[in-house]
Design a protein around this ligand. Structure first.
Ligand code: NAD
Length: 422
């Protein structure tokens, strides 16, 4: 098939590159020229394991442009993958999807064939039908379901293993209005053997929010229990290991630690809270999920102060700046909250991350960025914030370590060791 992908972030580039691997011709669109140049030079505009290789291997099938009209002209289907960040009040910012919807509408006006627009961006239930579809209809002067198709296909990939997640999804969810769009997406996803759920558009949109909210809730619950375990001298990991042997309880994400960050969980839970409140209901559980999560990284500072009561002038090492390993993404990283607090306490911060240093430097130009993780171990105390694999191989002997991610080597060897929930 001939496919266009609007938005070359984690979702767009991974979707397009993987569709290229399946033999489709893909045209990428972004307003960021650097991303377009990267793809047209056969490279990935983002750091994601396996992505560079896929893009260079399938380069003859992939191209990129800043012009939506140029991309749509010769394609049958468009994936909308632009960002949907939070507004300051936690509600969802739809500026990018609205603007991309308008551009798609203008392009569709000039196209005579039936074109299907598939919304992959995470949007609250109702958004595709009430915001994106009307934007396309009014610009194109065409009617959805009759003259073009509209569909929702939420994305569940995890940064750091996004390529693998694309090829081995747990399920594919497709919200549709008309049979022609459904048939096209059935065809596109025919090579995948996982369950495929065809439903209405609003339900598909809701599945994405409930999936993320469920995972976020597990993490906050694990942290609430973990904090109690720590206070009582109990190892939360031992507790959850045994609890999750119950077949009814899936162990994934039942992990005590520093809480969740990243570009999705915090913003999606906040957006859902705001939508539930808008409907006049009180999202009590979800509000607690956010409360627990916001307080969690500061537990590390409490534990640090048990050993170094005055942080002024103390050299504090921070291992890991990305919100999770194998990504350069620092959006809502726990390291942001921690470094901010360390700066307020006038500590001398030295940090290390194998991928996210440049992104973090743009936010915090005043702290030190070490070339190696070993350099960080020279500090008076070390905070382990992201579980990069290489942190398992460091020599923690004679060190004071506060561990937010359960690095076994540190737990075993550090002279003074505090696990955040164990
Ligand atoms: P991102 O911020 O990494 O990328 C978005 C891209 O869209 C940017 O490159 C931006 O320049 C581009 N863009 C914005 N407006 C545009 C326009 N009008 N025309 C063309 N390009 C435009 O975002 P992301 O992390 O890829 O997320 C995209 C969507 O997918 C969001 O709704 C997000 O919630 C959702 N999602 C993300 C993940 C994830 O792990 N990152 C997982 C599942 C779902």
């Amino acid at each position: 098939m001939k496919i266009s992908v609007i938005g070359c972030g984690y979702v767009g580039v991974v979707t397009g590159a993987c569709l290229g691997e399946l033999g489709h011709d893909v045209v990428f669109v972004d307003i960021d020229k650097r991303k377009i140049e990267a793809i047209n030079s056969a490279g990935s505009p983002i750091f994601e394991p396996g992505l560079n290789k896929l893009i260079s291997k399938n380069h003859h099938r992939l191209s990129a442009t800043t012009l939506v009209a140029e991309a749509l002209e010769d394609t049958d289907i468009t994936f909308l993958c632009v960002g949907t960040p939070s507004n300051d009040d936690g509600s969802i910012n739809l500026d990018y999807v609205r603007s991309a919807g308008t551009d798609i509408g203008k392009a569709l006006k000039e196209i005579n064939s039936f074109h299907v627009v598939v919304v992959k961006s995470t949007v609250l239930p109702g958004t595709t039908e009430e915001v994106i579809k009307p934007a396309i209809e009014s610009e194109s002067r065409k009617k959805a379901s009759r003259e073009f198709g509209i569909s929702s296909n939420p994305e569940f990939l995890r940064e750091g293993s996004a390529v693998e997640d694309f090829f081995k999804p747990d399920r594919i969810v497709i919200g549709f209005e008309d049979e022609r769009s459904k048939a096209l997406l059935e065809d596109l996803y025919a090579p995948f053997e996982c369950p495929k759920i065809f439903t209405d558009i609003k339900t598909a949109e809701m599945v994405k929010y409930v999936s993320n909210a469920s995972l976020a809730m597990k993490i906050s619950f694990a942290n609430e229990i973990g904090n109690m375990c720590k206070a009582m001298g109990i190892d939360a990991y031992e507790v959850f290991r045994a609890v999750c042997m119950d077949r009814r309880i899936n162990p994934a994400f039942f992990r005590s630690g520093l809480g969740f960050g990243g570009s999705c969980f915090p913003k999606d839970v906040r957006a859902l809270i705001s939508k539930i409140e808008e409907t006049g209901l009180n999202p009590r559980i979800l509000k607690s999920v956010i409360d627990v999560n916001e307080a969690q990284p500061l537990k590390m500072i409490e534990l640090l102060k048990k050993h170094l009561p005055n942080l002024k002038g103390a050299k504090i090492g921070v291992l890991g700046l990305a919100f999770k390993p194998d990504t350069e993404d620092i959006r809502e990283s726990r390291a942001i909250v921690l470094v901010k607090r360390l700066i307020e306490e006038e500590a001398d911060v030295i940090s290390y991350d194998p991928a996210a240093k440049d992104n973090f430097r743009a936010l915090f130009p005043g702290i030190s960025y070490a070339k190696t993780a070993d350099d960080v171990l020279e500090a008076d105390a070390v905070l382990i914030v992201t579980e990069w694999k290489e942190f398992e191989d460091l020599d923690y002997r004679e060190k004071l370590v506060i561990d937010g991610r359960r690095i076994e080597r540190a737990r075993r060897d550090a002279a003074v060791y505090e696990g955040v929930c164990w």
